[in-house]
Design a protein around this ligand. Structure first.
Ligand code: 6GU
Length: 241
């Protein structure tokens, strides 16, 4: 919601809230206590809460998984603690999405990050073991995401990646707001190469054009470089637009 107060009009700072449900909360502590995510928290732009699903286990051994009904399928995350956790969170506020991180889902892309950065409250549910009881996916989850075609031991690192990609897009999180707009993928191209001083190091020179001071030529060069890089490394991206 926007509000205007006094003479100037400004966007009210309303933090995004992300609740992460996991059986290994320790895995998620460091990603959110450093770098951009830390800054977002310190500036009050994002709140990230990490919850241990075990806290909602009603079992005396705090069990959160059980044998699959199909033999040899391994351990499966049980529905009850997950349902209790999500219900408790939902009783406190409305959530825009309950996202399940799992390798058997469609791949998370920049456009998902763009869309999700506009939401207010998100739950990220991290998969573990041989997956989660399908009834969780059918009845409690609203979106499923994978981060790529490889298998991780759990969804925690994937959740950290998805949260990072989303939170850095919240206005005010990056010091130079335009820098998110010039990311790779936002215009369908990889970013062009960048250089800093010295202009020559061990005989390796910065391209002359960057030292020319001609902004138009430099912009054209950057676009050509971005296009060439994309064609060489990720030709699949060029077919999409
Ligand atoms: Cl979201 N989870 C796991 N366990 N492995 C993955 C993944 C997610 N995305 C790619 N591999």
């Amino acid at each position: 919601m926007r509000s205007s107060i006094g003479i100037g009009t400004f966007a009210e700072k309303i933090a995004m809230r992300i609740d992460i449900l996991t059986v290994v909360p320790e895995l998620l502590e460091s990603p959110f206590n450093y770098s951009i995510l830390k800054r977002a928290k310190d500036k009050g732009l994002a709140e990230i809460f990490i919850h241990n699903i075990r806290d909602w286990s009603t079992d005396k051994h705090k069990k959160v998984d059980d044998y699959a009904f199909s033999k040899g399928a391994g351990m499966v995350m049980s529905i009850e603690p997950i349902d209790l956790a999500i219900s408790e969170l939902k009783s406190q506020r409305e959530y825009d999405e309950v996202i399940f991180l799992t390798p058997d889902a469609r791949q998370f892309v920049q456009n998902d990050a763009n869309q999700l950065s506009l939401r207010k409250n998100l739950i990220l549910l991290c998969g573990h073991y041989k997956g989660v009881d399908q009834r969780v996916r059918d009845n409690l989850v609203t979106m499923e995401l994978s981060i790529g075609d490889y298998v991780l031991t759990g969804g925690e690192l994937a959740a950290a990646i998805v949260a990072d990609a989303i939170v850095r897009l919240i206005p005010g999180v990056l010091s130079d707001e335009t820098s998110a707009l010039t990311d790779s993928f936002q215009d369908g191209l990889l970013t062009p190469p960048v250089y800093t001083r010295p202009a020559e190091y061990k005989g390796w020179r910065v391209p002359d054009i960057l030292l020319s001071g001609n902004d138009q030529l430099i912009d054209d060069w950057k676009h050509d470089q971005a296009y060439e890089r994309t064609k060489r490394i990720r030709p699949d991206l060029l077919g999409k637009k």
